[in-house]
Each structure stands twice: as structure tokens, then as C-alpha cells.
Design a protein around this ligand. Structure first.
Ligand code: NDP
Length: 270
């Protein structure tokens, strides 16, 4: 018997998730199918209910529904509660909807894959939207020396830092207050989507620093180009995408796929 999963978004045509999960299913021998569903902007909860009524067992959730998914869950994982967002819905045997977020663990696993040491490092995270809120807990759990959140709207970064201050040394502010050097700089803004670069000082990077952009593409983003010119090693967010998918797959199926061949195939196809 085949179990049904999907990703909800709006728009959703561009999603790489069906291909990633098909590759995981083939690799692990799990009998699942996985489709992309464009949920209506005004009725995400209805789309999930319909999917469950048709036999759906779980779903990923992407822009713009992660907060709505959070609100409809009957049970939340501690990390989803902290993030205020859900990217993984799980239909429990009891019929309840469980919510989790796997973006943060996806980022940390991808950083580990690239040999980035977070413990004791000076971290800078750019942006204060949903993606950044989802990654702060696992980043702080890795025990960095310090973490600065910088955002175009400074107040949002300050509030975010205050929300996570119980987990470690974290400060928030505007881009103008950023003062390096940093060992790891993570771009979690959507500026790269518009080919824009947040206004950052030239001396941002420590020797041997890593610049990570949650965006990805066939070419390095404008942020990664800028960072490379200043001596930092660049990593894009394709690995984060695959790792968060693997963690969702694990939550649904109890099996952990090998992400490396899937990531390599996706990279070749970009
Ligand atoms: P949000 O819309 O929630 O937040 C966007 C953030 O970007 C805000 O902090 C906003 O600042 C900032 N921003 C937007 N435009 C600019 C600009 N021109 N200059 C500087 N800052 C800007 O988006 P998300 O947090 O959901 O997503 C952010 C990025 O992360 C996206 O590119 C997304 O594709 C990527 N992502 C990648 C994932 C992966 O698996 N690789 C997973 C999740 C997200 P302000 O508050 O001032 O408006």
C-alpha cells in the first residue's frame, strides 16, 4: 500500500520537494508518493483537511503557509513551538495533526557537512523573518561564542534576539550596527531573490570564515560573490533544502535517507 504525502505552497510549481522525496523513497524502499499542491490563499486548513480525507498521511508546508500550519496543529514539537512555524505536518494514528519544523536542523546538518564548527564561533545571521526564527534554536544549541541577528528593520531583529536570549549570547539590531569579524555569516534575508545585497561592512569576515546563503541557484548569489571577494568560503542553501526534507522524511517514516547522492543529483540539474 502506498502512503500519500505532499508539499503545500502558493505558488508551488517551482518546488523541488517532490523530486527529493521520490529519490528518498526509491533509496529506502518506502512505499510513498509525494505531490505538490497549490493550496488556496484563504483556506489552507481546508486544503489539509481535504488531503487527509483523501488518505494523506503528512505534508511539507512552504511559503506562505508556515504560520497557518503552526496554528492548525493539535500537537507541536518543542522546536516548532519555539519557531512559531511548521514546515512538517504529521497525521498521528490518533487522527490528531502533529507539527514540526525541520528547517533549522537542516541548516545545521548542512553546515556540519561542510565542516563548519559552530561551537565557540562568532555567528552573524542576516534577516529576521520566518526562516531566521526557525534556525536560531539549533544554532544556539551548537554553543557558539556569540550570535548577532541583523535586519533591515532593526526592531524585528531586537525582538527576535530577546525571544531567544534564554538560549545563549544573542544580540539583535540593524545592519549599520554590525561590526565584525565573524567566523560564520548566514544570509537568511530574501534580498538574494531580488539580486540585492544587504549593506554590510567590508571587514565582516574573520580568516577562514564561511558565508552561507539560504538561497541557491546555478550561479553563486550576489551575497556569496561579495563574500568570496572578501576571502570567505561560500556555501548556498541547496543542502539545507535537502537536509530539511530528510528530517521530514524521518519524522514520517522513521528512516533516515542518505542525502549526499540526492544533493549531488539536484546540484547537477540546477
Ligand atoms: P520572510 O519574508 O519571512 O523574511 C524576509 C527577510 O528578508 C526579512 O528579514 C526582510 O527584512 C529581509 N529582506 C527582504 N528584502 C531585503 C532586502 N532587499 N535587503 C535586506 N533585507 C531584505 O522570508 P523567509 O524568512 O521565509 O525566507 C528568507 C530566505 O530564506 C528566502 O530567500 C528563502 O528562499 C530562504 N529559505 C531557504 C530555505 C532552504 O531550505 N534553503 C528554507 C527557508 C527559507 P525586513 O524585516 O526589514 O522586511
Amino acid at each position: 500500500m502506498t502512503d500519500h504525502y505532499c508539499v503545500f505552497g502558493h505558488p508551488i510549481g517551482h518546488s523541488k520537494s517532490p523530486g527529493i522525496h521520490a529519490a528518498f523513497a526509491e533509496q529506502t524502499g518506502e512505499a510513498i508518493d509525494y505531490t505538490a499542491i497549490e493550496a488556496p490563499l484563504d483556506d489552507f486548513a481546508g486544503a489539509w483537511r481535504d488531503f487527509v480525507a483523501a488518505g494523506g498521511r503528512g505534508a511539507n508546508v512552504t511559503v506562505p503557509f508556515k504560520e497557518e500550519a503552526f496554528r492548525l496543529c493539535e500537537v507541536l514539537s518543542p522546536r516548532a513551538r519555539r519557531a512559531g512555524a511548521v514546515n512538517t505536518l504529521i497525521l498521528g494514528k490518533d487522527g490528531q495533526t502533529y507539527g514540526d519544523t525541520t528547517d533549522g536542523v537542516g541548516l545545521v546538518r548542512d553546515l556540519e557537512r561542510h565542516g563548519v564548527t559552530l561551537a565557540g564561533a562568532r555567528l552573524l545571521v542576516l534577516g529576521a523573518g520566518g526562516a531566521v526564527r526557525g534556525v536560531l534554536e539549533p544554532l544556539l544549541a551548537a554553543a557558539p561564542a556569540s550570535l548577532v541577528v541583523a535586519n533591515r528593520t532593526a526592531g524585528k531583529a531586537e525582538r527576535l534576539a530577546a525571544d531567544f536570549a534564554d538560549l545563549g549570547e544573542v544580540r539583535g539590531g540593524g545592519f549599520d550596527a554590525v561590526s565584525g569579524p565573524f567566523d560564520v555569516v548566514i544570509n537568511g534575508t530574501s534580498a538574494s531573490l531580488a539580486n540585492e545585497l544587504p549593506p554590510l561592512p567590508d571587514d565582516l569576515f574573520a580568516a577562514g570564515a564561511t558565508a552561507y546563503d539560504m538561497m541557491y541557484g546555478a550561479e553563486p548569489t550576489v551575497f556569496l560573490q561579495w563574500a568570496g571577494e572578501r576571502g570567505a568560503r561560500g556555501v548556498d542553501g541547496l543542502g539545507m533544502l535537502v537536509e530539511q526534507a530528510a528530517e521530514s522524511f524521518f519524522q514520517w517514516r522513521g528512516r533516515r535517507p542518505d542525502t549526499t547522492p540526492v544533493l549531488e543529483a539536484l546540484r547537477r540539474a540546477l
